[in-house]
Design a protein around this ligand. Sequence first.
Ligand SMILES: Cc1cc2nc3c(=O)[nH]c(=O)nc-3n(C[C@H](O)[C@H](O)[C@H](O)COP(=O)(O)OP(=O)(O)OC[C@H]3O[C@@H](n4cnc5c(N)ncnc54)[C@H](O)[C@@H]3O)c2cc1C
Length: 456
Amino acid sequence: MKTLAIDELRERVRGNVIIPEDEGYDEARRVYNGMIDRHPAVVVRAVNVGDVIAGVNFARENQLDLAVRGGGHSVPGFGTCDDGLVIDLSPMRGVRVDPATATARAEGGATWGDFNAAAYPFGLATTGGIISTTGVGGLTLGGGIGYLTRGRGLSIDNLLSVDVVTADGRFLVASEREHEDLFWALRGGGGNFGVVTSFEFRLHPVKDIYGGPMFYELTEVGNILRFYRDYIAEAPEQIGAFPAFQIAPPLPFIPEDRHGDTFIAMVACWAGPLEEGERALRPFHDVAPVVAEHVGPMPYPALNSAFDPLLPPGLQHYWKASFVTELTDEAIAAHAVHGPGVPAVNSTMHIYPINGAAHRTATDATAFAYRDANFATVIAGVWPDPGRNEANIEWVRGYYEAIAPHSEEGGYINFMAGDDQDRIRVNYRGNYARLVEVKRMYDPDNLFHLNQNIRP
Ligand SMILES: Cc1cc2nc3c(=O)[nH]c(=O)nc-3n(C[C@H](O)[C@H](O)[C@H](O)COP(=O)(O)OP(=O)(O)OC[C@H]3O[C@@H](n4cnc5c(N)ncnc54)[C@H](O)[C@@H]3O)c2cc1C
């Protein structure tokens, strides 16, 4: 890139503008998935909306690929690129809670850790991710699944409005009342339509929850998954829970001689009255002997960061995902074959429930198209050693292929791999045509294409 142009960009931007010659470039180009090794021409660390507008205009005017980074957790590494421009929103992570209206505004680069820390003192929360370092931005734009989904819906179901910079450099406010089509598309359509600089959410009274992980022997897999399927269909909506294949980490609540063994686990969260928590989670104790557990009352943000130590930045990630309407006995049999092969303590498979409140929004009311599915399954291959990439990607693919015949065609875009671009149309089912229409209106030249891309 020409020095002159970069100098001009620096004049337009309040935050740091980092090019390959600059100190800190290696850190600035990196994203969470250690498998991604890309070299952008320039990284704009935006500190305000003006910086975002400058970055968008500069990329468009100079025909540069444009990557937008919120929390940087995208497994395919959409938050960075080769030779293009990255708008890194991580300096923009303020969260303002208004307890009088039970709403919060999060800047585009905030993480769920930032969000929960700001809302907790007010005894308020909304549906967010289960790891504190994940970005509010990417997670919300794809839908947003977490412990509160059954009671409070997806993250997008709690979204009231957004501030967004579109491909032509305009600043728009989108909500149910203005730019409704854009607001519709942003709720599930991912990063396709612009850079969201602020998200306004509805909050709910949630402070301390009762929950945590429980570990069962692998011989119980069929029993646990069948129980989970039947129980979660009718369970009180204050319960969020998901089963997981998990290698036991060396933690004090797990007997030392079982560290490194593989278990079928259940992670549960009761977000109702604390004193009812023990009773609410009793079914999880009655179904099979619990070998180890770390269950009890804790702050909501504590559960949402409990697994952070298993997932530091820089590990290798390859994930696959699908929605599931009926978790059949055949599907459970496939899980029982492949799940126990989970290759590293960081890897897992989760089956998130998306019934309850998430079902009460119509399939065409937002871009998120699988409102009638009951579960979102993710096979999250995560490991430290790049030398294991081939073998571990094989594990993810083999597992995915085994459950695919028992799953819906589409999957949750936020859990998808980079090689899933051919599934985008089916992920959006009947909403796809309208997404293309909105894309043509707001980004006809596909400036925002480094994402699970909806082509104009
Ligand atoms: C460890 C881990 C745990 C996870 N847990 C959950 C979970 O509990 N629930 C869940 O639903 N998902 C979860 N996910 C998936 C997660 O939702 C996606 O990885 C999501 O894309 C991450 O968002 P991000 O902002 O961190 O990522 P980024 O890589 O920064 O962005 C992802 C995509 O969103 C776009 N984007 C991000 N911010 C903005 C913005 N402000 N404006 C416009 N576009 C933007 C980017 O351009 C990119 O296309 C998890 C992922 C990881 C790696």
